[in-house]
Design a protein around this ligand. Structure first.
Ligand code: LRH
Ligand code: MN
Ligand code: MN
Length: 404
């Protein structure tokens, strides 16, 4: 039997990080649609992120992307976040939007361009020092488009050199998360295309280098939960960039395309101890320094809301992760292991599916009620009048950062 009060307690402690870029205007390379009330500054993005936390109670941090969120005073930005009731989470580097990076950033054949890219990554660590962030998220668009264009192996050497320099710069309580992506914008080779490449670089460097799984970055049909189980077993799962996809890197709302996959992923997280890796339990990946310890899995969203309202889209996404987590926590693991050990194929599958098929919305409504929140976060947000207020106040909102 599953102890429901323990499940509820675990759900109350969940921490899902929202990305600053989800609040800006976004689109595809065909069109960026400008929405009303969109933030004009990093400060306003943080204010929108604070709304998501206000109504869900489990989104207390917001990730920044540099230079999209460039400000003169990062300590002041962190103070602004605190005033809003949230804090700054992961710092995402950006070495993919400068003309110099056409042939790559840290793996570029030109040493001067490699140096420029590395300097940006190091600057991101300086920013982490000012914001108190634990995680630096590294994603490289580096790769080639044509066979023979550059030496595949030499590019790995250049990647290793840059990663080692960043690793060296990290403080004791900081780490980097190396994100992989199969393709796009490079279409022939990508320098960090898969979890194995990321893992191999991280394992060489040490415990402060971890793999981050962006759920939209795999070939269709990839068994992501297997990757999660494996990385957790190796102590190398640093976190997630959650989103969902039907075709490529669609960046749709997590749990929208395949809620069953999200449940299977969250089950492996729970099973592998990724949900309670912190002393005292809970997932507090960006807690103030003194409260941190151990290696934790960061649950981050990496999404764009091209056609739907953005704050509501983030609230919905947080709720989708909560629902998958609740179902994963409801798996009767004792019964499941007994069925597995006795080779009861159908029995084991039934126990697993029973949890997935449970309607956890009433349970989550109770959890919210116990947290002093409205059980229906979207209705509460809509009733708050915040949207009308920002539509009136903000004119000419910022693009999220790309495709603009
Ligand atoms: C790359 C990616 C990476 C970037 C973000 C904007 O596709 O997932 O995490 O930083 O998108
Ligand atoms: Mn990502
Ligand atoms: Mn992506």
């Amino acid at each position: 039997m599953v102890d429901t009060s323990a499940v509820k307690q675990a759900l109350r402690r969940q921490h899902i990080e929202t990305p600053s870029w989800a609040y800006g205007n976004s689109g595809t390379r065909f069109k960026v649609f400008a929405q009303q009330g969109v933030p004009r500054t990093p400060q306003e993005k943080i204010e929108d992120a604070a709304q998501v936390h206000k109504y869900t109670g489990v989104a207390p941090s917001v990730a920044l992307h540099i230079p999209w969120d460039k400000v003169d005073d990062y300590a002041a930005l962190a103070a602004h976040a605190k005033e809003q009731g949230v804090r700054i989470g992961a710092i995402n580097s950006n070495v993919f939007q400068d003309d110099d990076y056409m042939l790559g950033s840290v793996t570029n054949p030109d040493p001067a361009i490699r140096r420029k890219a590395l300097d940006h990554l190091l600057e991101c660590v300086d920013i982490m020092d000012l914001t108190g962030s634990r995680d630096l998220k590294l994603w490289f668009s580096d790769g080639t488009n044509y066979p023979g264009q550059d030496d595949i192996r030499t590019r790995q050497d250049r990647m290793a050199e840059a990663l080692a320099a960043v690793y060296e710069r990290l403080g004791d309580d900081q780490r980097f998360l190396l994100e992989y992506k199969l393709f796009e914008p490079a279409f022939y080779t990508t320098d960090v295309p898969d979890w194995g490449t990321s893992y191999a670089h991280c394992i060489k460097l040490g415990p402060k280098a971890q793999v981050v799984v962006d759920t939209g970055h795999h070939a269709p049909g990839t068994n992501i939960e297997f990757i999660v189980a494996f990385l957790l077993r190796e102590g190398k799962l640093g976190g997630f960039d959650f989103n969902s996809r039907f075709y490529a890197d669609d960046d749709l709302m997590v749990g929208a395309a395949d809620p069953f996959q999200l449940f299977r992923i969250m089950y492996e997280v729970v099973r592998g101890g990724g949900y309670d890796a912190y002393p005292g339990g809970g997932t507090t990946p960006h807690a103030p320094r003194q409260e941190r310890g151990g290696a934790g899995v960061a649950f981050m969203l990496d999404q764009c809301h091209n056609i739907e309202p953005k704050i509501q889209g983030q609230i919905r996404s947080v709720m989708n992760v909560q629902e998958a987590t609740a179902k994963a926590l409801l798996v009767d693991r004792d019964a499941l292991h007994a069925a597995q050990d006795s080779g009861d194929v159908l029995g084991a599958n039934e126990i697993f599916m029973d949890a997935y098929n449970t309607d956890v919305r009433p349970l989550l409504a109770e959890v919210r009620d116990e947290m002093g929140l409205n059980p229906d976060p979207i209705a509460a947000y809509k009733a708050s009048g915040y949207f009308d207020k920002v539509v009136a106040e903000r004119k000419g909102g910022q693009a999220a950062g790309w495709g603009a």
